[in-house]
Design a protein around this ligand. Sequence first.
Ligand code: ADP
Ligand code: MG
Length: 443
Amino acid sequence: MSLCELEEKTSWHLFLDSVRERSSPSEFENWFSHIKLVEAKAEGIILEVPNIFVREYLLDNYKKDLGEFLPKLANGEPAIEFQIKEPKKKAEAAPPTPAQTKDGLPLNHLYTFDNFIEGPSNQFVKSAAVGVATRPGKTYNPLFIHGGVGLGKTHLLHGIGHYIKTHQKKLRIQCITTEAFINDLVDNLRNKSVDRMKRFYRNLDILLVDDIQFLQNRLNFEEEFCNTFEALINQNKQIVITSDKPPSLLKLSERMIARMEWGLVANIGIPDLETRVAIIQHKAEQKGLTLDNEVAFFIAEHIYNNVRQIEGAINKLLAYFKLIKLKLTKDIVEKILAEMLQKNPQRKVSVEDILKSISAIYEIKISDLKGETRTKEIAFARQVAMFLAKEMVDDSLQKIAASFGGKTHSTLLHAHKKISQELQENELLARQIQMARRNIETG
Ligand code: ADP
Ligand code: MG
């Protein structure tokens, strides 16, 4: 070893010494114990790191210090070449029998991938979940799933758990709610057994954490969670997190948010109508309830932003059906579910219904309402019809506008705006529109 090499090696170790003085033992252990100095030359050093996260961590947090200790490139960056460590072979890593805490598993047996109905709103996140389950630690890490209440986050999290439990029995997996993690920590602090808990978590292969938003405003626990997180990530152990918001909107430390954004952040959205129908049919079938397509559509149209509520509706129908044994027609379903339905179930209104009614009220031919004539009376009646169409017809603006003899959606918007303004001052118009509405609604 030349003198020069020796010097550089010392520089790296001097850098490490300076870091050790400033950081907590767990931070140092989590990040720096996994870095290996491969080669040190006058021009720069080669480091072996377990994954890109360690490289990012080092450059994000210590670039300036590295610059002080190590040689620099022409552009001022520290002269470090990174090598990613080859993953260990399976046999070497054979873990001991799984250990679980009382607060971890079991998983909900219904929350499997097979029971998860896909649609455009959740396809992406579902395939990310399948990817993680088939190759834990090797694709996205962490996988961060966020979305509103009752949209299937916990379902997918448990789905990953089920898949791994059946296909890779030896892996140690822990599925835990954030609340349970905090409680676990509190218990262990009380019993002075935190080290045991730390060991347990840091020896996991997969950590599934539900509802990370509960870590907000729990400062003491956030740090411990973050340490656990880093320890796992740095050994390429898989982490999956669910949340009701994306990382950037969580009130957590920058450190924690940055960690969660490292992997894949995937949103789970509200399922569209067809997907809701499929979910309804699937859930009904599971419970031994037969629903006509018409009924399934009816429920899907009236409960739309929460799958858990859809499930509640089906449970209610099931209870009713067991009691009364009457065929579940749309009318009966409407009565049973009255309180749960989100929109007042209304007759579907078409543009034709509106044209008919406006034609009668203003005594103007439908063909004129659809035409191009710009006389004041006709143009005004046409705008009223467009106003009502936008308010009452459940369709895209393009399609509604097209039904007016091929007008554009900006004409429709313009008409809607104009009539909305006029309604404020014109009482007669307000009454006419109210009358038309009633007319149209009752058919
Ligand atoms: P979240 O955790 O997002 O609040 P859950 O995962 O608890 O929601 O889902 C609520 C209920 O809705 C569960 O019973 C779940 O099985 C069901 N669910 C949600 N999305 C789907 C889907 N795409 N297919 C089947 N069931 C679903
Ligand atoms: Mg949940």
